[in-house]
Design a protein around this ligand. Structure first.
Ligand code: 5AD
Ligand code: SF4
Length: 475
């Protein structure tokens, strides 16, 4: 016989959400799960069991949106199969492809029931109900703030997501880099009010989250109002967030060099909860290309920021994004990028082939780079960045720092967490240490993670990683 709890679980509707692209989308996907939860939708990792399928899409590069159409073809088959068993499936396309392509998605893929933009997903319950009667597109920029309409995640949902939490503090972008769709898909820059962010962090911390990544398309442009009407920049937000009980580590992503102000650089020296890690995209090392990209800074200005950040926090690990084959990029321009990479020394970085995005100024340029040349440059840059990543990892051996262990590792008795520099760390450690800052010494490196051993009790933990000579050498 089934108990009432079992039968209600068996009757629950299931939602499967797949997220593509950046951390903002991961956050949005979690909030979508939070918003449909009270409607009786339980999350499932098996798409074939889902009554509601949401693809939370990314539009930043061409392949990302093409991948969505091929994925939608597969979901269409699945939807047919479920229909043959008498099961209804609502298929939703959310995120930036939804925003950019809107009704075109309904035309290209008849199985899609609902297209919803990143500013409208707080309305998912009513939109899903409507989409069961007629096909719906909602990509308007609404007058209300979606964050005011999103329920707080349940304690169980926070715990299932682990000790690391994302919190959106800023959305949109006014920079208009010549290659980028974000200002069109995510709209104008806006900062959430300070108190709403702090309340969200408090709620997450009370449910067990310990590491917080404050995210935004242009997060260091953050300038939110506090309760007294004062404008607070990102460094001020970190100072307040660091006071919240349970907050053990703070991170942020993604930043623009123009908004790297002195206060934020100082925060790296003064705020001991702020991880010594900076993801600061530059895209190219050539001033000519930076100008054509409308980045509004030079390579020398970027290097100056790097120098100042390293002076403030000598052990800081740097990360960046690069685009190769931007229209008109010559061998000389590309070599300037390689030279900048050699000069900085990155702990990790992402490199992409330029892809023309319709509606952006760079897509209209005549001097597009040949595909084969882009591939060649990408391989060369990635090889250099990978060598730097491995060197950085090797240099971590022998260092000690705090790790907030998150979940069981591959082997019995192991837990995994992240180093201050975003590397995965595993160690033999009591499962009771999950969610505590634990001091670890790195003893070995694996291809994609570090192997550590526990050195002291958590109460004597210090947030300042030990700086070794090899690390100072690179700075
Ligand atoms: N082509 C290639 N890469 C791009 N990015 C953004 N737009 C494009 C494009 N059109 C990359 C940039 C950005 C990262 C998130 O994606 O490097 O920093
Ligand atoms: Fe896109 Fe440039 Fe804005 Fe970053 S700063 S989101 S690359 S327009």
């Amino acid at each position: 016989m089934t108990s009432p709890a079992q039968s209600s679980a068996a009757n629950a509707r299931r939602v499967f959400i797949k997220s593509y692209g950046c951390q903002m989308n991961v956050y949005d996907a979690q909030r979508m799960a939070d918003v449909v939860g009270p409607e009786g939708f339980v999350e499932t990792s098996r798409i074939e069991d889902a009554d509601l399928v949401v693809l939370n899409t990314c539009h930043i590069r061409e392949r990302a949106s093409e991948k969505i159409y091929s994925e939608l073809g597969k979901v269409r088959e699945l939807k047919r199969e479920r229909a043959s068993q008498g099961l209804e499936t609502t298929l939703v396309v959310a995120g930036c492809v939804a925003q950019a392509e809107g009704r075109e998605i309904l035309r290209r893929q008849p199985a899609v029931d609902l297209v919803v933009g990143p500013q409208n997903y707080h309305r998912l319950p009513e939109l899903v109900a409507k989409a069961r009667r007629e096909r719906v597109v909602d990509t308007e920029f609404p007058s209300e703030d979606k964050f005011d309409h999103l329920p707080a995640p349940s304690r169980e949902a926070v715990q299932a997501r682990g000790v690391s939490a994302f919190v959106t503090v800023q959305e949109g972008c006014d920079k208009f880099c010549a290659f980028c769709v974000v200002p069109y898909t995510r709209g104008a820059e806006m900062s959430r009010p300070v108190d709403k962010i702090l309340r969200e962090i408090e709620g997450l911390a009370a449910s067990g989250a310990r590491e917080f990544t404050l995210i935004g398309q242009n997060v260091n442009a953050y300038h939110g109002l506090d309760a007294t009407g004062q404008t607070i920049a990102l460094a001020g937000l970190f100072a307040r967030a660091a006071q919240i009980p349970g907050v053990l580590r703070l991170r942020y992503s993604t930043s623009h060099p123009l908004d790297m102000d002195e206060a934020l650089i100082r925060a790296h020296a003064e705020n001991e909860k702020l991880a010594p890690y900076l993801h600061l995209p530059i895209q190219s090392g050539s001033d000519r290309i930076l100008d054509a990209m409308n980045r509004r800074h030079s390579a020398a200005e970027y290097l100056d920021i790097v120098e100042r950040v390293r002076r403030a926090r000598p052990d800081i690990a740097l990360s960046s994004d690069f685009i190769v084959g931007f229209p008109g990029e010559t061998d000389e321009d590309f070599h300037a990028t390689l030279a900048l990479v050699r000069e900085v020394g990155f702990a990790s970085a992402y490199a992409f082939k330029y892809s023309a995005r319709p509606g952006t100024p760079a897509a209209e340029k005549e001097d597009q780079t040949a595909e084969a040349l882009k591939a060649e440059r990408l391989a060369e840059l990635q090889a250099l960045l990978e060598a730097q990543r491995q060197r950085f990892n090797r240099d971590t051996v022998g260092k000690r720092f705090g790790v907030v262990f998150d979940k069981p590792g591959r082997h019995a008795g192991q837990l995994v967490g992240r180093s201050p520099y975003m590397q995965g760390v595993h160690a033999d450690v009591d499962a009771a240490r999950v969610g505590e800052m634990t001091e670890v010494e790195i003893v070995d490196i694996r291809p994609n993670s570090l192997s550590g051993r526990i050195v002291v009790a958590p109460s004597s933990w210090s947030s300042t990683p030990v700086i070794t000579e090899s690390m100072e050498e690179r700075c």
